[in-house]
Write a protein that binds this ligand. Structure first.
Ligand SMILES: Nc1ncnc2c1ncn2[C@@H]1O[C@H](COP(=O)(O)OP(=O)(O)O)[C@@H](O)[C@H]1O
Ligand SMILES: [Mg+2]
Length: 434
């Protein structure tokens, strides 16, 4: 008997393809995103009437459904307008220069592979002219989706977006528009005002899902993949509650459920209970935490280590100023030149987005508003994973310190006040770094 076939045969839970719960699969509908979808459709519908839509800015935390919702709607749009529209979804984490984006756009408009232009060698001006002439020649509408647009701006400044906005002005026949997507609202402020006003002609917010909404999403997504009676309702509730705590991250909810189903199958169980969800959570956290930390750029590791050690030293959440001081000390011990405090402020926001730390604003009496940073209970594991990295070998961190100037005000605040002061990430000014 083939052992692989035997294992498959024993599974009594699955009725469909489990891989559809994760990765890049785009479902046909999105519970609790009806308003956002309607807004998107209303905006883009004008293209079907030869009227140019506004540019659009989409904001929401990780896992709030931005990427997949936009892909779903743009796929419907391209089906409705065959041959009349070119839609290009660009992930700016992968295509992080305006040059690579422009080359990709030109090559998307190649009729044959031999019309592709090279990945290097052409000047940007020449690529731009080629792009305009190809779009005009085809007489198509160009819709560019810049996903994780903050990464593009972080590396290349606002001008990179300006080039893409300008395409619309230079086309003779049809036009073009942009959809910018980000997890990080603070990025808008870093934009030049002319770019900002054009990009955010329309804005759609994707608020975090709450536990009830996540329950519906999990139920909808597991339907057809597992037998209905094999997943306990309490398991779905627990899974939703865990993901709701992680800023309502639907990806987290689906990953957890997928892992729990895999665990149950592997162990020959016929149902998924809260136990499987709890075990899946532990397993995912270990894997994800290690992977996330190992994948951070060198300076982000230093900032994270500084955050952890600053908190250990002062026994309270750290102010961004002390994180910066200690980060600089860590850099000098490792022989790196430290980044500016503004860049470190951006890194702190990125670390917050990836859920490794939490940033909040506190109102500290005469010192005014101050951003502070907190690392959760996984501190020890995190510093262990960082210090395991080769670049940190021999690291001692003897010269690290704390700042005492806010101490009085901090101690005066009751626990309640500290949490009332907490303002959500959405309103945090990335420049607040004391
Ligand atoms: N309302 C929803 N219904 C069904 N699946 C959803 C919903 N929202 C998000 N998802 C799924 O959750 C995962 C994360 O969504 P994604 O669009 O990548 O989020 P974001 O781009 O905001 O980080 C994807 O697998 C997506 O299909
Ligand atoms: Mg996304």
């Amino acid at each position: 008997m083939n052992p692989f076939l035997e294992k498959t045969f024993q599974n009594t839970i699955l009725t469909g393809d489990l891989s559809l719960l994760g990765g890049s699969y785009i479902p046909d509908s999105f519970p609790h995103r009806e308003k956002q979808i309607e807004h998107l459709v209303n905006l883009l519908e004008s293209i079907t009437r030869n009227i140019n839509p506004s540019n659009l800015f989409i904001y929401g935390r990780t896992g709030s459904g931005k990427t997949s919702t936009v892909m779903h709607v743009t796929t419907l749009l391209s089906e409705a307008l065959p041959g009349k529209i070119v839609i290009k979804h660009i992930n700016c984490q992968v295509f992080d220069s305006i040059y690579s984006i422009m080359v990709t756009l030109v090559n998307t408009l190649s009729a044959q592979p031999d019309q592709n232009i090279p990945l290097s060698g052409w000047t940007l001006d020449r690529i731009y002219v080629e792009l305009i002439s190809r779009i005009d020649e085809k007489g198509v509408f160009l819709l560019v989706v810049l996903d994780e647009i903050d990464k593009l701006v972080q590396k290349n400044g606002s001008d990179s977006i300006y080039v893409l906005l300008k395409i619309a002005d230079d086309l003779k026949k049809r036009s073009s528009s942009l959809i910018g997507i980000t997890n990080y609202i603070g990025f808008l402020e870093s934009l030049d005002s002319r770019v900002q006003s054009r990009l955010r002609q329309e804005t759609i917010m994707f608020p975090p899902y709450n536990a009830t909404e996540l329950k519906d999403i999990i139920k909808y997504r597991v339907d057809g993949i597992v037998k209905k009676e094999s997943v306990d309702d309490s398991a779905i509730s627990l899974c939703a509650a865990i993901a709701a705590q992680e800023h309502g991250d639907a990806r987290k909810a689906l990953d957890l459920m997928k892992m729990a189903i895999e665990l149950a199958i592997r162990e020959g169980k016929d149902r998924i209970s809260e136990l499987e969800i709890t075990r899946a959570k532990d397993l995912l956290e270990i894997n994800v935490l290690r992977e996330t930390i190992k994948g951070l750029p060198a300076h982000s590791k230093c900032v994270l280590l500084s955050t952890i050690l600053s908190q250990d030293i002062s026994k309270r959440p750290s102010f961004t100023g002390e994180v910066y001081e200690n980060y600089s000390t860590i850099c000098s011990e490792l022989g790196y030149s430290p980044l500016t405090s503004r860049r470190v402020g951006d890194i702190i926001s990125d670390l917050d987005d990836s859920g490794l730390i939490t940033t909040r604003i506190a109102n500290l009496g005469r010192h005014g508003r101050t951003r502070y940073v907190e690392v959760g209970e996984k501190r020890e594991e995190m510093s262990k994973y960082i210090l395991e990295e080769e670049q940190f070998s021999g690291f001692q961190g003897k010269k690290l310190g704390r700042q005492t100037r806010f101490e009085g005000e901090w101690a005066d605040k009751s626990q309640n006040e500290k949490s009332i002061d907490a303002i959500t990430q959405a309103t945090i000014d990335p420049d607040i770094i004391n």
